[in-house]
Design a protein around this ligand. Structure first.
Ligand code: GLN
Length: 476
């Protein structure tokens, strides 16, 4: 096997018994990047140029999504408006990774400000899916997923506001976990929807996912929504034992419109788990149909207020109007935002400003918050009956670059199964569960109650170890 195909767990074992030198691994990764990044565009900037602050003990090349601050290094959220922005501090997760033997590679491509499901709204051009370069890697953490699947890094961090870790993991045939809201500090994550955003791992298998969550989880007083809940050793949950585990099957997640091969693969996965002794519990999450609409009100409202700070004064780009007489401060703001934001960002700022404006606030934003509570209560009730909920991660496998760019609603519907977990704040994982007839990966999602990451990892690991999907690598 190639060095760049190894998991973090395999690498650590090889290093421990002196079978592998960290320098050899780093060289292999850098060579791999110069070979395949021109194909995948997973990194916005040449990856070896942003390798930073190596110390001798640092071993594991970790990729960082371009919305997570790395002190002194370009962090642009895939947007022109942050062109030239170098954060004065490290995100909490970056501090933790540095302390745990990782070599930091920054600048993984993403949809602009994490707005999207395909990585096509990046100012720096789309990333491509390593399984088929004419297709999207998913989004918004498309660069993170593509980089892990292509062996450009050993593992990576992404952020997930409505599915941005899980959907790209599913499209690229890897594992992606959105932790419970409050599990991982958001300090140094450039905010999209502050009540929904979580940072999480994208890895080659479930073991790596548990290992990376061990590193990044935990309380941080600098994020007021971070929770002071002890971080267990998540690898302890990897027992292969799901006997008696109650797996809920929500009927609203098994509907017409899902690609038939996705449905078949997920149903087969349920059979595998049943064979391992899991108990199947049919259930209903009745407010699911309102989740996408609710999300696009709450998320755009929060985005419009978070993005108000980008006006040419403090961060990144500053553009002056070309007409010399027009040069008031307001004109500078306008020109900077007109030039700095792409179309999707502008659409979301307008939507979000609208739903928050006086006269509409009650009808849209306030109402959406109430529906959000109903969606959360659906899950609370469901978790009285089951331990973990299973579903497809996405209704389809990866689509062609350009296919959905002119149809925002079609793009938004790609997150129909991932959004509810963000609205409810619960942990959810996507793992590979097969391939379609075009040899594209299919993703399986598990969700559990708040801070039950161990339960999703346990179910995911038992399934993974009984199936071959995680062993396949994209050939580039
Ligand atoms: N695709 C969803 C959106 O466009 C979710 C993005 C995300 O999780 N950051 O908002």
């Amino acid at each position: 096997m190639n060095l760049f195909d190894l998991t973090a767990n395999e690498i650590l074992k090889k290093i421990q018994c002196s079978e592998l030198k960290p320098s050899a691994l780093k060289a292999a990764i850098i060579e791999r990047n110069s070979l395949v990044n021109p194909k995948t565009n997973a990194f916005i900037r040449t990856p070896d140029a942003v390798t930073i602050l190596n110390t001798d003990g640092d071993v594991l090349p970790v990729g960082i999504k371009d919305n997570i601050c790395i002190k002194g290094h370009l962090t642009t959220c895939g947007s022109r408006i942050l062109d030239g922005f170098r954060p004065p501090y490290d995100a909490c997760v970056v501090e933790k990774l540095r302390g745990a033997g990782n070599v930091i590679f920054g600048g993984l491509n993403m949809d602009e400000f994490a707005f999207g499901s395909s990585c096509e709204t990046s100012f720096y051009g789309p990333s491509r899916n390593p399984w088929d370069l004419s297709r999207v890697p998913g989004g918004s953490s498309g660069g993170s997923a593509a980089a892990v699947a292509a062996g450009q890094v050993v593992w990576a961090l992404g952020s997930d506001t409505g599915g941005s870790i899980r959907q790209p993991a599913s499209f690229c045939g890897i594992v992606g976990l959105k932790p419970t809201y409050g599990r991982v500090s958001r300090y140094g994550l450039i905010a999209f929807g502050s009540s929904l955003d979580q940072i999480g791992p994208l890895t080659k298998d479930v073991t790596d996912c548990a290992l990376l969550l061990n590193v990044i989880g935990g309380f941080d007083p600098r994020d007021s929504t971070s929770m002071d809940v002890a971080v267990p050793d998540y690898t302890q949950a990897l027992t292969k034992d799901v006997k008696g585990l109650r797996i809920g099957i929500p009927k609203e997640y098994f509907i017409d419109g899902i690609q038939p091969e996705v449905l078949t693969a997920v149903n087969k996965a349920i059979e595998v788990l049943k064979g391992q002794g899991a108990l199947i519990v049919p259930l209903s999450l009745p407010h699911t149909e309102y989740a996408v609409a609710t999300y696009y009100i709450v998320a755009t409202a929060e985005a419009s207020s978070n993005l108000a700070r980008f006006d040419g004064v403090e961060f990144g780009l500053r553009a002056m109007p070309s007409v010399p007489r027009k040069s008031s401060l307001l004109d500078m703001y306008e020109e900077t935002r007109a030039q700095g934001f792409g179309n999707e960002a502008k659409r979301r700022i307008m939507l979000g400003t609208y739903v928050l404006s006086s006269g509409y606030y009650e009808a849209y934003y306030l109402r959406a918050q109430k529906v959000r509570t109903l969606i959360k209560q659906d899950f609370d009730k469901a978790f009285n009956e089951c331990d973990v909920i299973i579903s497809p991660t996405s209704p389809t496998t990866s689509f062609k670059i350009g296919e959905k760019m002119d149809d925002p609603i079609a793009m938004y519907l790609s997150d129909i199964f991932t959004i509810p977990a963000n609205l409810a704040g619960i942990p959810a994982i996507s793992i590979p569960c097969g391939f379609d007839s075009a040899s594209l990966p299919i993703g399986l999602q598990f969700m559990a109650k708040p801070f039950a990451e161990e339960t999703v990892l346990r179910a995911a690991y038992a399934y993974e170890q009984a199936t071959p999907w995680h062993e396949r690598r994209a050939v580039l």
